[in-house]
Ligand binder design. Sequence first.
Ligand code: SF4
Ligand code: SF4
Length: 106
Amino acid sequence: MSAHPKTPDVEKASIEDRLYANKYTDHEESHLDVKVEGVCEDRCDTYDCVSVCPANVWRNEDETDVVPMIAYENCLECGSCRFACKYDNVVWEWPANGTGMTYKYG
Ligand code: SF4
Ligand code: SF4
């Protein structure tokens, strides 16, 4: 029997496979937010935070969601949402020390 842990087939990994290879330690407090909800409600019509996020963290699935929902537990800490918002309306911090995303396979 092999002593090596099972690793995913990287060459053929789908996006879902790759996301599954991440592990999130929840600090139970979001490291992401919007600065001013009214900016999302009254000024933004592009929702770039939603479209740019590779992990579906920012969501406005319902037309009544004028301020996006934030599923911070899935965050990959790539920083894209922070720079995509043309109103500089994203609060972005690193997750508290020892929490956030790590790779299951190193
Ligand atoms: S892109 Fe910025 S202003 Fe627009 S919904 Fe997202 S956080 Fe709000
Ligand atoms: S940092 Fe990246 S993964 Fe996290 S919410 Fe922003 S765009 Fe999504």
